[in-house]
Design a protein around this ligand. Sequence first.
Ligand code: NDP
Length: 308
Amino acid sequence: MSLLHTSNAARGQVWRDIFAAEAPEIEFTELTDAPDLGSVRYLAAWEPSTELIARLPALEVVFSVSAGVDQFDMATLPDHVRVVRMIEPGIAAGMVEYVSMAVLALHRDLIDYGVAQRAARWAPLKLVPAEARRIGVMGLGNLGQAVLRSLAAFGFPLSGWSRSPHSIAGVECHAGEAGLPGFLASTDILICLLPLTEDTRGILDRRTLSQLPRGASLVNVGRGGHLVDHDLLSLLDDGHLGGAVLDVTDPEPLPPDHRFWSHPRILLTPHIASTTSAESGARALIANIRRHVAGAPMDGEVARDRGY
Ligand code: NDP
C-alpha cells in the first residue's frame, strides 16, 4: 500500500521520517523515488496534474495538503476517487492567531491610526467597547468555529452564517440565503471563512457588503475568489465600509499595479494566515489512511458534488 506525496520538498522530508517511524505499513514515496505508480492508492498533493492522475490506476483517495480543496479540478478525478481536506491543529491555531490580530486591529481602529500616523496627526478616537462590536463569521466549519471560540474571550457579540442550520453556545447562528440579510445587518466586522465553491464564488460583492452597517469592515481569509475587488474598493471609497484585512487575493500573487496594495484602508498579507504543520499534518494523514483501511469514515472527507 503506498502513498505518493507531491507537494513541497521540505514537508516531504519531515513526512518521510514520520511515516518511517510511526507508520511503517504505509510506503511513503515521492516522484523522485521513481515509485511503482501502479501500486499508489493514496495521493497527498496541492495541485495534482491530470497527467499524473491518469498514471495512477489504483488511486482511491486524494488528500489535500491544505484545508481547502478548491485547487483540485474535481472533473478530472475519476468518480470513485474520494477527496479529503486537511484537518490538523496547526492550521486552526494559525487561523485563530491571524483572525484575532485582524479583528483587534479593526476593533481598535488601527487603520485610522495608520492614516493619522502618516499625516503626523495626533487624533484619538472614541473607544468602542467589545460588547458594542458585533463579529460575524461566514462559515461555521472547523476554522470558523475555532475562531469564534477564541473571540468569545474578548466579549464581542458573536454570530455566524452557514449553509445548514447550526446551534453553537454563545453564537447567534443564521443559515442559508434566507438567513443572510439578518446576519449581515447585525455584523460590524465580517470574517469570511467559507470554502470557495460554485455557490460562494463572488459572494463578497456589492449586494452583500452593502447590507453591512455603515462603517463595518471585512476580514477575508477564505479565498480571493470570494471577493469582487472593485465592489470592495468602491464601498471603501464611498465610506460605506471602514476597512478591510485581506490575506487572500485573486490572482495570487497580486499584480503590482493592483489598487489593494496602496489603498489606505486595506491591510494586505500574502496568504499567510495559516499553514499546515508538517508534523501534525503527517499524523492527521496517517490516521486517515488507517481509517480508510479499516473502512471507517475519514476526517475531512469532502462531498465532491458540493465542492467542500
Ligand atoms: P469547513 O468545510 O470545515 O467549513 C465550511 C463552512 O462553510 C461550513 O460551515 C459550511 O456550511 C459553510 N458553507 C459552505 N458553503 C456554503 C454556502 N454556500 N453558504 C453558506 N455557508 C456555506 O472548512 P474549514 O473551516 O476547514 O475551512 C474554510 C476555508 O478556509 C477553506 O476552504 C479555505 O478556503 C480557507 N482557508 C484559508 C487559509 C489561509 O491561510 N488564508 C488557511 C486554511 C483555510 P455547513 O456547516 O452548513 O456545511
